[in-house]
Write a protein that binds this ligand. Structure first.
Ligand code: URA
Length: 229
């Protein structure tokens, strides 16, 4: 598995007598164990109001991993990532450029839904840096077990989680990066950004840019160089 910078802190915590909320990497031996353990996560306060943690989904040895921000209202209720409107935009674009959706692992940087109640509605709130960092534990496990060849950060939160710092999507998109473990990282917009654009022409333009980014992902996956599985 990849080297994790948080490891020393976790070992120290364990020596002090960690709680069940502070599972160490070595206590979790598989993706299935991680999926079960995340329901007990207390690493940040977001578990208190969410219905459940939403773990990633897809083949255990997927070559491509898409990382979104956090589950939305629908995902929180269903317990599955990207099953709402943003997921539809993603699925359609993935299919259009010719990436086999069945071979893709989809997850989020943050596993619990963060929201503000407004009447009967729950309005999405962006996770903060502390929440993103706390939840990196779970994303690290997913990346470590799935070992994707290519990771796609959908939006600024996912990019921040994967790169460890705040970034501007416009500056990074279109150029693949190599992470410390050799994984290729692409950064693009979050599909919900497309849903928020009202002007049809502007939306079509952004949709085309999104699909162009995904076409680069398709080509990177198709290239024989650096196969990991
Ligand atoms: N937006 C995300 O970032 N992830 C989801 O799972 C759904 C919407």
């Amino acid at each position: 598995m990849t080297v994790h910078p948080e490891k020393n802190q976790q070992v120290a915590r364990r020596r002090r007598g960690a709680t069940i909320a502070e599972e160490d990497y070595e206590d979790i031996a598989s993706l299935a164990e991680a999926r079960a353990a995340v329901q007990g996560c207390r690493r940040c306060p977001l578990y208190k109001d969410a219905t459940q943690a939403v773990f990633g989904e897809g083949p255990e040895r997927a070559e491509v991993m898409f990382v979104g921000e956090q589950p939305g209202d629908r995902e929180d209720l269903a317990g599955r990532p990207f099953v709402g409107p943003a997921g539809r935009v993603l699925d359609e674009a993935v299919e259009k450029v010719g990436i086999d959706r069945a071979r893709v692992y989809v997850t989020n940087a943050v596993k619990h839904f963060k929201f503000t109640p407004r009447g009967k509605r729950r309005l999405h709130q962006r996770p903060d840096a502390g929440e993103i960092q706390a939840c990196k534990f779970w994303l690290n496990l997913e990346v470590g077990f799935v070992r994707p060849r290519v990771i796609v950060a959908l939006g600024a939160t996912a990019a921040q989680s994967l790169l460890g710092k705040g970034v501007t999507i416009g500056r990074l998109r279109g150029t693949p990066m190599t992470l410390a473990d050799g994984t290729t990282l692409f950064v693009t917009n979050h599909p919900s950004y497309l849903l928020r654009i009202r002007d049809p022409e502007a939306r079509a333009l952004e949709q085309a840019k999104f699909e162009a980014d995904l076409a680069m992902v398709r080509d990177a996956v198709a290239s024989p160089a650096g196969r990991r599985h």
